[in-house]
Design a protein around this ligand. Structure first.
Ligand code: FAD
Length: 455
């Protein structure tokens, strides 16, 4: 292979948009990702609450890129990157693949952080993947199903209490959707329980919800959520989580135990471990969230051929949002093309802030766009248009629109199927033990990598 070889790791926002930007470039691209799909994370909560199907927010990467002839898509969990030999090692079911590169774009994002309390994850799953969203769907709808079977009012109360930890956009959207389920969508479906009696509690350690949207929009969202029946507890740090409850400590020092079977973790992120791996090799700093500090052109010190973009990189306190990853991915691709075309490449990355959006309920959102702040229906229309625009593929846009009409104009949630496997996913994996891993290598490939071809 004589063409310049670009390896892109991750099929999320940074990786996919970088790949597409290189469509007409005279390069060979290998896109390696641990999932075979691209994931539109901002709508995961709608999969968890039965509004959308997984296919609408997770198109298969291979299909999205089928017409881009200069890209090869590989499934693989990248476990090693050697910046000196320029070789990436990825693993699938014990098979190691080595791929060498001329340029590397690293975009493996971030995972959930439990701030050192990883055991909370069994009782309060986060929402980072399709697996997470389907498991949460099973837990949310499952809680109503089991409540219907109970006779003890205390058990029913435990099952009808939903706690969402973290009042950023994800937590607010999740709490709003569960409130709509309980107070609107499901009200005629059960005979022994009254879903309207459900408690939905939103907890955050900060003094207000949606801190990145400013005081005014945060207060408007809080007012709307309260009207929908969501209890908001701020200045509240979670100190323990177990099978049927959560313990919070308030700023004044008092502690409260809230009984709840269904808990959802929407607080804190931790960058992909690959950020620390390359940071160590390049002598770049790694911050407390595990993000590697990149140079103004998104490269690593002394490694102009390695770009790190999106949630796993830190530069000028840029937020961990989709637009930073999209623009970073496109910028890295452009820099590679400029170098190959002998054009100047000294222009630093400049982030164009397109604003923040979060839905609170159907027909109500908050939008912080430049100097303008909106809330209510108008903000919701902007939210709808922007999200529809970024959903990949015409067919998926159409079915998403249809699902939204069904859920928001009507009461129905058409994507409520849950399986036993989804419901027990986390516990089942726990039972298999910590050494179990689908990607555990049983052997290492000892083949020498060919340039640009998997070994
Ligand atoms: C629930 C939720 C809601 C959100 N809502 C919003 C929102 O409303 N607006 C907004 O702007 N942002 C939102 N975000 C943030 C936004 O989704 C992220 O900032 C964005 O996805 C970051 O893009 P990325 O390319 O850095 O990483 P990601 O999109 O996370 O992509 C990472 C990719 O790397 C792959 N990968 C990870 N590790 C490996 C490995 N070792 N080997 C191979 N592949 C690997 C993953 O499979 C994935 O394909 C939300 C995030 C979440 C989780």
């Amino acid at each position: 292979m004589s063409r310049h070889h670009v390896v892109i790791i991750g099929s999320g926002f940074g990786g996919l948009f970088a790949t597409q930007k290189l469509k007409r470039a005279d390069v060979e691209i290998t896109l390696i990702s641990r999932t075979s799909h691209h994931l539109f994370q901002p709508l995961l909560y709608q999969v968890a609450t039965g509004v959308l199907s997984t296919g609408e927010i997770a198109p298969t990467t291979r299909e999205v890129l089928r017409r881009q002839r200069n890209v090869t898509t590989l499934l693989g969990d990248v476990t090693d990157i050697d910046l000196t030999t320029k070789v990436v090692t990825s693993q699938v079911l014990g098979r190691a693949t080595k791929t060498s590169y001329d340029s590397l774009i690293l975009a493996t994002g971030a995972g959930q952080s439990y701030f050192g309390n990883d055991h909370f994850s069994n009782f309060a799953p986060g929402m980072k993947s399709i697996d997470d969203a389907l498991e949460l769907r099973a837990r949310i709808f499952g809680a109503f199903e089991i409540a219907e079977l109970q006779t003890d009012p205390e058990d029913i109360k435990l099952l009808q209490t939903f706690v969402v930890v973290g009042a950023g956009p994800t937590g607010v959207e999740m709490a709003g959707q569960i409130a709509e389920l309980a107070h609107r969508s499901l009200i005629h479906e059960y005979r022994n329980i009254d879903t309207r009696k459900s408690r939905i509690i939103l907890i955050d350690g900060a003094p207000a919800i949606l801190p990145t949207f400013g005081e005014k929009l945060g207060a408007k969202a809080a007012k709307r959520l309260t009207k929908m029946g969501v209890e908001i507890k701020t200045n509240a740090m979670v100190t323990d989580v177990d099978i049927d409850g959560i313990v919070v400590k308030y700023a004044d020092g008092h502690e409260e135990r809230i009984g709840a079977v269904c808990k959802i973790w929407a607080a804190g992120v931790s960058a992909s471990p690959l950020a620390a791996m390359v940071g160590k090799q390049a002598g770049a700093e790694v911050d407390r969230a595990g993000r590697v500090a990149v140079l103004p052109d998104l490269t690593l010190p002394d490694h102009p051929e390695v770009f790190v973009v999106g949630d796993m990189a830190t530069l000028d306190k840029l937020p961990g949002v989709a637009q930073v990853a999209i623009q970073g991915g496109r910028y890295a691709a452009q820099r590679i093309m400029d170098r190959l075309n002998g054009k100047p490449t000294d222009k630093p990355f400049h982030y164009h802030d397109k604003g923040n959006l979060a839905t609170v309920s159907r027909f109500s959102a908050v939008a912080d766009i430049g100097r303008f702040q909106f809330s209510g229906f108008f903000a919701w229309v902007i939210w709808l248009a922007v999200h529809l625009f970024y959903i990949i593929g015409f067919k998926k846009r159409l079915t998403t629109l249809l699902h939204w009409a069904v859920s928001f104009l009507g009461r129905s949630r058409s994507e409520r199927a849950v399986t036993e496997q989804q419901a027990t996913a986390r516990e089942a994996l726990e039972l298999l033990g910590e050494n179990w891993n689908a990607f555990q290598p049983s052997h290492q490939s000892d083949e020498k990598p060919e340039k640009g071809r998997p070994g």
